[in-house]
Design a protein around this ligand. Structure first.
Ligand SMILES: [Zn+2]
Length: 294
């Protein structure tokens, strides 16, 4: 952790005017503004990368339905805390959506699910944020899985962006530049405490095939959303050949907004604060047979 702390401090300093990376006791993540399903990020930390964007194109594979309990079983976690980014349960909601996942599974079959989905209102084209309606999701998921315990975590504070890289990409690239082909994986939560960010929400599944990046960018709806944004997800510095998502964060705020984080739109005033742990393993589940190549 000491080494990674220094690597992140040095890497982020190339992209942000003010950076402070330290190792701290995890704050209580069940409290505001996080409001997550467990207090900490520690204990048997691992990443799961489930499905992926190839299941969306050219047509969405609506049969790709996953349950958190099943995923937990597959990675040998009995009472896990799972948090991160994925596609919402269209088979329950009746429409495609972005999922901000925070769920703690309990041994009695119950769960503490404080996640959200963000979808496009079909009449107004506005963002609609609502609580997760069930313990299942569709198509893809990129989660940190851990015991949800207190313990030591990285605290990453960065403000005033002076480079081109967004926060999560800069974290990933900082690790990539130092560790090369040795994969280092982080999962956790970060806040955008000041400033705004560019966020997308997927439209409902397309009736016509989507076959180019240009069509994808027309199908996605982009918004500028304000702080405080709570962003959940994971990153891995190097893909050893499993078609891993290199970084994926979804976010929500208390103004009824949420979706997929791209970058902040207010580099001068932006202020990030994040908490992360290193994962010991990455589980690749239901890897699509083909990569997405446009
Ligand atoms: Zn996403």
């Amino acid at each position: 952790m000491d080494e990674v702390q220094k690597v992140l401090q040095e890497g982020l300093s190339k992209n942000f005017a003010s950076v402070h990376v330290s190792i701290v006791e995890c704050p209580d993540l069940t409290s505001a503004p996080f409001n997550l399903s467990a207090p900490g990020l520690c204990g048997n930390a691992k990443l799961v990368d489930i499905g992926g964007p190839p299941f969306l194109f050219p047509y969405a594979q609506r049969d790709k339905v996953y349950s958190f309990r099943h995923i937990a079983d597959m990675c040998d976690s009995k009472e896990p805390f799972m948090l991160g980014a994925g596609a919402g349960p269209a088979h329950v909601l009746g429409v495609n959506s972005e999922m901000m996942n925070t769920i703690k599974l309990e041994p009695n079959g119950k769960s503490v699910n404080r996640g959200y989905v963000a979808k496009i209102d079909k009449i107004t084209n506005a963002c609609q944020l609502q609580p997760m309606p069930c313990d299942e999701f569709n198509l893809m998921g990129n989660f940190l899985v851990c015991d949800g315990l207190p313990g030591q975590v990285f605290e990453v504070k960065a403000s005033t962006r002076i480079g081109e890289e967004d926060f999560s990409r800069c974290l990933k690239n900082s690790l990539k530049r130092y560790y090369g082909e040795k994969p280092v994986a982080l999962g956790g939560v970060f806040l955008i405490e000041q400033g705004k960010a560019n966020i997308h929400i997927m439209s409902d599944f397309s009736e016509s095939p989507i076959t180019s990046e240009e069509q994808v960018n027309q199908w996605l709806k982009f918004f500028e959303m304000g702080s405080t944004l709570v962003c959940l997800g994971e990153l891995v510095s190097h893909d050893p050949g499993y078609d891993l998502r290199d970084e994926h964060f979804h976010c929500f705020n208390d103004q009824g907004e949420g979706g997929h984080y791209h970058y902040d739109t207010t580099p001068q005033s932006v202020q990030y604060r994040g908490y992360f742990v290193m994962a010991h393993d990455v589980y690749r589940i239901d890897q699509p047979a083909h990569k997405l190549v446009w």
